[in-house]
Design a protein around this ligand. Structure first.
Ligand code: NDP
Length: 429
């Protein structure tokens, strides 16, 4: 696909969309075939993935369009049940591409493994001893997972903290060792956990204490991705609102989120509306990404916005996002779920670093979509119109009846299940 712009995609049938993609993406017939089969993730495979399986649970898979990121076109697969998310992300991506697209970057993919040590007779001496043994501990961790070292990753650094040294309970006093591990293109949980478990006996020997927890931290603040966009106000004008009014409304909305946790949580939920669907579509662990993102939003001591919106000297709207992004393009379900494999292939993603950058760009777009709507018409006008089909289905509409009932709900400005039930009854009489 040369461009992520596909005019009229929204109005095509599912079959037409699939045919268009098939003609333009050079993917294997097997990969495409997974879109057509009734059960892309077979119950047999699912039964190997988790316990007590009784079936699989499906979500709609759609495409976020128009994304231009660092000059590269991206069609972004998004797995999500909520109406209006993909439309909004694609709408904002179209505006941002007219302004040159998103600029993104990512740090090295360094994740953190934690080891908790309790019961040291002298915590300061134990800390010192661990730091002196740094090189041999790193070597031992790498010996437990040589294949990641061969890929150019592995344990690279470590540090040690003492928590609650002055506390009077031995439950509180502890030494925590962090091992910094480059997990290359994997999210890395299993790599990290294997490494920290393997060196725990050495840590006990060095410190004279007892090791309890040995596990990665989902607060992946050494594995960050950033996105940035600059939008001239003229591109933001909508209905009776001037671009300057929209820009200022977005900045006021950001200031609200950065000053009030009640608003920040909802603001950030809107960002995760964009992030989670891509994380899910690519077979990644969305709980890990969610946990890290929200913790990072509180890194300054109080919970705030995951994005910032401001005005530059030329009056442009400037948006930025920076988040931990513990995702992978290998490992976990990324290569097990057939549609996750297809999603990664469709994006032409070459590394986890690249995927992390696409994900935060979608988060930034999603945030602007919500703030732009909130600062102008309010969110319900666009959202409820798109939600009307789900309301019709919830009321029992099927087949062609769904669109007919949905349209009647919009026309009568009553998009609720009770009303939809009345209409379904009338239709089926
Ligand atoms: P896996 O263990 O499934 O796979 C990672 C493996 O992929 C590597 O060990 C490596 O093995 C192989 N690999 C192939 N190519 C590459 C490459 N380019 N870069 C890196 N590795 C490569 O996955 P993870 O360790 O990433 O673990 C992720 C899973 O762990 C997720 O399913 C997550 O849900 C789960 N998990 C999460 C936890 C948490 O978040 N707290 C806790 C525990 C589990 P080799 O070198 O041998 O080929």
């Amino acid at each position: 696909m040369n461009s992520s712009r596909i005019p009229g995609f929204y109005n095509m049938s599912v079959e037409q969309r699939r045919e268009l993609l098939k003609d333009n993406f050079h993917l294997s017939p097997e990969e495409w075939n997974d879109l057509y089969v009734k059960e892309p993730l077979s119950t047999a495979t699912a039964d190997k993935m988790i316990e007590n399986v009784i079936g699989t649970f499906q979500l709609p898979l759609g495409l976020g369009l128009n994304f231009l990121i660092n000059g590269k076109e991206y069609i972004v697969p998004m797995a999500v049940e909520e109406a209006s998310i993909i439309a909004s992300a694609s709408h904002i991506a179209k505006i941002v591409r007219s302004a040159g697209g998103f600029q993104t970057e990512a740090t090295e993919r360094v994740m953190i493994g934690q080891i908790q040590v309790i019961g040291c007779s002298d915590f300061q001496a134990a800390k010192q001893a661990l730091l002196e043994a740094k090189d041999s501990l790193i070597q031992a961790a790498n010996a437990a997972y040589p294949s990641i070292v061969a890929r150019g990753g592995g344990a690279q650094d470590m540090d040690v903290r003492i928590l609650n040294e002055e506390a009077d309970s031995t439950y509180n006093q502890m030494l925590v060792m962090h091992m910094y591990i480059n997990t290359c293109d994997a999210m890395g949980a299993n790599i990290i956990n294997t490494m920290v478990e393997s060196i725990a006996p050495i840590v006990e020997e060095i410190t004279g204490g007892k090791v309890y927890l040995r596990i990665l931290s989902n607060y992946a603040d050494e594995c960050l991705a950033r996105a940035h966009c600059v939008i001239p106000p003229a591109l933001l004008a909508t209905g009776e609102f001037s671009g300057e009014e929209v820009r200022d409304g977005v900045i006021h909305a950001f200031e609200f989120a950065s000053s009030d946790p009640y608003r920040a949580v909802t603001h950030n939920k809107g960002i995760m509306n964009g992030i989670d669907p891509v994380v899910i579509a690519t077979g990644n662990d969305w709980r890990a990404v969610e946990a890290g993102a929200h913790a990072y939003a509180a890194r300054n001591g109080s919970y705030g916005s995951m994005t910032t919106w401001s005005k530059d000297e030329a009056g442009n709207l400037v948006g930025e996002i920076e988040l931990p992004m513990a995702i992978g393009t290998v490992g976990g379900a990324t290569r097990v779920h057939p549609l996750a494999k297809l999603s990664l292939s469709m994006m032409h993603i070459e590394s986890a670093k690249e995927l992390a950058q696409v994900i935060v760009a979608v988060g930034l777009a999603q945030n602007l979509g919500a703030l732009k709507a909130l600062a102008t018409d309010g969110i319900q006008k666009g959202h409820m119109a798109l939600h009307s089909r789900s309301v019709a289905i919830a009321a029992g509409a099927t087949g062609e009846m769904v669109d007919i009932i949905a349209e009647q709900l919009i026309e009568q400005k009553e998009i609720r299940v009770g009303k939809a039930k009345e209409l379904v009854e009338q239709y089926t009489k």
